[in-house]
Design a protein around this ligand. Structure first.
Ligand SMILES: *[C@@H]1O[C@H](CO)[C@@H](O)[C@H](O)[C@H]1NC(C)=O
Ligand SMILES: *[C@@H]1O[C@H](CO)[C@@H](O)[C@H](O)[C@H]1NC(C)=O
Ligand SMILES: *[C@@H]1O[C@H](CO)[C@@H](O)[C@H](O)[C@H]1NC(C)=O
Ligand SMILES: *[C@@H]1O[C@H](CO)[C@@H](O)[C@H](O)[C@H]1NC(C)=O
Ligand SMILES: *[C@@H]1O[C@H](CO)[C@@H](O)[C@H](O)[C@H]1NC(C)=O
Ligand SMILES: *[C@@H]1O[C@H](CO)[C@@H](O)[C@H](O)[C@H]1NC(C)=O
Ligand SMILES: *[C@@H]1O[C@H](CO)[C@@H](O)[C@H](O)[C@H]1NC(C)=O
Ligand SMILES: *[C@@H]1O[C@H](CO)[C@@H](O)[C@H](O)[C@H]1NC(C)=O
Length: 669
């Protein structure tokens, strides 16, 4: 074929080729929508228009995360049965006047993350037909005060409304006139600075109001007696005063965390508040008498409180006077305040002043708290009379303080005589205390008798560098202790001794300097053991076998394990969680390497194995040479006896044979 023909052929075939090309290179076909009889999901399918040809029976459509920008009458005209439409995270900006008009049964409309701030007047008209709508989400649509109003003209049965993440600055009086049945209103992450008087009072059914992450400075009575949950966290509140409300208040949960309150909130006198979150504020005292608020006033208004979170405030003393009136209080957090001393001011019995000796009176003044979080203060001692106030205590967190532990008295005789001193702390005889944390208290030596007659199930002694734990330290906990943490204490094997803890099943000993598993531990039915970051080169075979009986989860990475002593791994291998991250080391004079402990390489160079290889190779060589020589001798013998005729001609060629035969003899011998 000449050049011309080729050239011609090229031009003739090109169009056909080009026609075929795009078909091959077609963008990967969009996944079809996922359909059932009554629902369709086209989530994230790259759609730019509303899908056509949907069946009349469809009740739910999920079109979220596409690029649909408008909705027309035509799109929805066949969907009369539709109950739920999710168009969140599209580019929706225009809804034609009748686009929602066919949807007589629509109950839930999710339009979060669109651009409904555009064309809000005409879009608002489309909403006028939503007379059955119960739930509407128009969060993150760039809506300001006026735009919101145009969408909420007439939604007579709307119960749930999400307006979060918009640009609302003020809730004007009347803004919620069109949604009188609202029960749940979410206004999180707007820029609200003001709520006009009466803006919310039309919402007579409102139960949940989320105003978190706004810029509100003050809240005075809402007149929202039926509200059950009010979230005002992450605002700029300096006070909260609801004391003026006379009507019974149904508030159950009040979240005032992350504000700038400097005093406890004043609640309506008749309230049912159970959860109050006041963390991250600037409260310095529980009551301020100069404001004519006595502890009794506050106690009265918190009478039903179960959970009070005062963490991250500036309280300088434990508010006993306040707390003793809170008969329902179960959980109290005073974490990260400025508590340093417990010069506990007990409520005084004015008719018999002086220290409290009377048990009955003490019972009356005791607190009902079961969970007490005191971590991150500067507490150095909890006097016995403070702990006497908390007879029901089950969980106590004293982490990150400066607790001074008491020294045992006469513990060697097996008795615990407790000096009731005020300058040290002991945890004995707390009949219900089950969980205690003493993490990060700079503890050095744990003396005996500290936990005598206290049924601790879990104890956290982590992050106390250089801690010494003699066997008598945990005396009294033999039967009850189930979980113990000694993490990050840099303890040596010698400074760690356990009594026989027959219930211990979870133990964290990571971040210490142990070179062996303490034998006293083998008494315990350990199920979960963490020994990461210690100095273990191996685990003794006997210990491994003992552990295997109960162990299910073992973490071992970060130890200088020897590659050549891995017997323990065969025994415990299946329970090791972090095998992939666990390395082993091999050192021999100048030679050293590191490899994954479970890898093939580990063990190959180990001296014993190398010796074995050497032996095997030698044996193999000896045998081969021997065999070779034997066969040569045999062959020569045979040649002599069976083929004398050709001997003459052969002799010349085999001449040097006797000498290798001699060599062979000498090698074999
Ligand atoms: C709706 O969007 C589609 C696709 O972006 C566009 O072609 C069409 O013109 C739009 N219709 C209206 C009425 O805006
Ligand atoms: C209140 O809102 C914040 C932030 O939006 C949230 O983290 C918190 O869980 C909410 N509180 C309650 C009681 O729901
Ligand atoms: C405040 O406490 C409540 C209940 O105790 C909790 O649900 C809520 O998440 C807390 N708030 C924040 C901001 O964590
Ligand atoms: C107290 O509230 C803070 C958040 O505001 C939360 O992180 C902490 O867990 C809460 N503490 C308790 C004991 O509920
Ligand atoms: C008590 O309230 C008064 C008036 O609001 C204020 O000036 C004072 O600083 C408060 N005292 C304390 C200890 O918070
Ligand atoms: C506190 O209680 C006393 C009487 O018990 C009452 O006279 C006073 O008005 C109360 N203060 C407030 C702020 O409610
Ligand atoms: C105060 O003490 C007296 C004498 O011990 C006692 O009779 C009285 O009941 C106590 N008052 C209260 C409120 O317990
Ligand atoms: C130990 O017990 C003996 C008698 O039982 C007593 O005399 C002694 O004071 C006690 N020691 C301490 C430190 O309590």
């Amino acid at each position: 074929m000449g050049f011309l023909q080729v050239h011609l052929l090229f031009w003739v075939l090109l169009p056909a080729f080009l026609r075929a090309w795009p078909r091959q290179m077609e963008t990967p076909k969009l996944l079809p929508c996922w359909k059932t009889w009554i629902s369709v999901s086209c989530r994230g399918r790259g759609l730019t228009t509303f899908p056509q040809g949907l069946s009349y029976e469809i009740k739910r459509i999920d079109l979220s995360h596409n690029a649909i920008s408008n909705l027309t009458d035509y799109d929805t005209s066949a969907l009369e049965q539709l109950e739920q439409l999710d168009l969140s995270y599209n580019h929706l900006r225009s809804l034609s006047g009748g686009a929602l008009g066919h949807l007589a049964h629509l109950r839930s409309l999710i339009l979060a993350g669109n651009q409904l701030h555009q064309d809000h007047f005409s879009n608002g008209n489309a909403f006028l037909s939503l007379v059955s709508l119960a739930a509407l989400d128009v969060s993150a649509n760039g809506l300001d005060n006026q735009m919101v109003a145009s969408y909420l003209h007439h939604l007579p049965v709307l119960e749930w409304l999400d307006l979060s993440g918009n640009h609302l600055t003020c809730l004007a009086n009347g803004i919620f006139q069109g949604v009188p049945r609202l029960r749940e209103l979410h206004l999180r992450r707007n820029s609200l600075v003001e709520i006009e008087e009466g803006a919310l009072s039309q919402l007579r059914a409102l139960e949940v109001l989320d105003l978190s992450m706004n810029s509100l400075h003050c809240i005075t009575g809402f007149g929202l007696a039926q509200l059950r949950v009010l979230n005002l966290s992450y605002n700029a509140l300096e006070s909260f005063d609801g004391a003026g409300e006379e009507a019974p208040c149904h508030l159950h949960i009040l979240d005032l965390s992350h504000n700038q309150l400097n005093a406890l909130p004043l609640l309506p006198r008749r309230n049912r508040l159970r959860y109050l979150n006041l963390s991250h504020n600037a409260i310095t005292t529980a009551t301020n008498e100069s404001q004519n608020v006595t502890p009794q006033n506050v106690s009265q208004s918190f009478a039903k409180l179960m959970d009070l979170n005062l963490s991250r405030n500036r309280l300088g003393s434990f508010p006993v006077a306040l707390l003793h009136g809170l008969a329902s209080l179960r959980a109290l957090s005073l974490a990260r305040n400025c508590l340093s001393d417990f010069a506990v001011e007990l409520p005084t019995n004015h008719s018999s002043p002086g220290p409290i000796a009377d048990r009955a009176w003490q019972k009356q003044t005791s607190l009902s708290v079961r969970m007490l979080d005191l971590q991150g203060n500067s507490i150095s001692h909890l006097p016995p009379r403070f702990l006497d106030l908390l007879p029901d205590l089950e969980v106590m967190d004293l982490g990150l303080n400066r607790i001074q532990l008491c020294q045992a008295r006469n513990s060697s005789k097996g008795e615990c005589l407790h000096a009731k001193t005020e300058d040290c702390t002991t945890f004995h005889c707390l009949p219900h205390l089950r969980h205690l944390s003493l993490r990060g208290n700079n503890l050095r030596l744990v003396h005996g008798c500290l936990f005598h007659q206290t049924p601790l199930a879990s104890l956290d002694l982590s992050e106390n560098q250089g801690l010494v734990l003699p066997s008598y330290a945990l005396e009294g906990l033999e039967a009850s202790l189930q979980e113990l943490s000694l993490r990050g204490n840099r303890m040596k094997t010698a400074s760690l001794n356990f009594p026989c803890l027959v219930s211990l099943s979870i133990l964290d000993m990571s971040g210490n300097d142990l070179s062996a598993i303490p034998p006293s531990l083998l008494c315990s039915p350990l199920e979960k053991l963490d020994i990461q970051g210690n100095q273990l080169e191996s685990i003794e075979e006997a210990a491994a076998k003992q552990l295997r009986r109960s162990l299910r989860a073992l973490s071992v990475a970060g130890n200088p394990f020897s590659c050549c002593e891995r017997k323990w791994l065969q025994i415990l291998g299946t329970s090791v969680l972090d095998l992939g991250e666990t390395l082993c080391y091999y050192r021999n004079g100048d030679e050293s390497f590191t490899t994954q402990i479970s890898g093939k390489q580990a063990g190959q160079l180990c001296p014993r194995n190398a010796y074995k290889v050497y032996l095997a190779v030698t044996a193999f060589l000896v045998c081969t040479v021997g065999l070779l020589c034997a066969s040569v001798r045999w062959f020569l013998k045979r040649a002599k006896t069976c083929m004398p005729l050709c001997l003459g001609s052969l002799r010349n060629k085999v001449e040097p044979a006797p000498s290798p035969s001699k060599e062979a003899n000498s090698t074999i011998l």
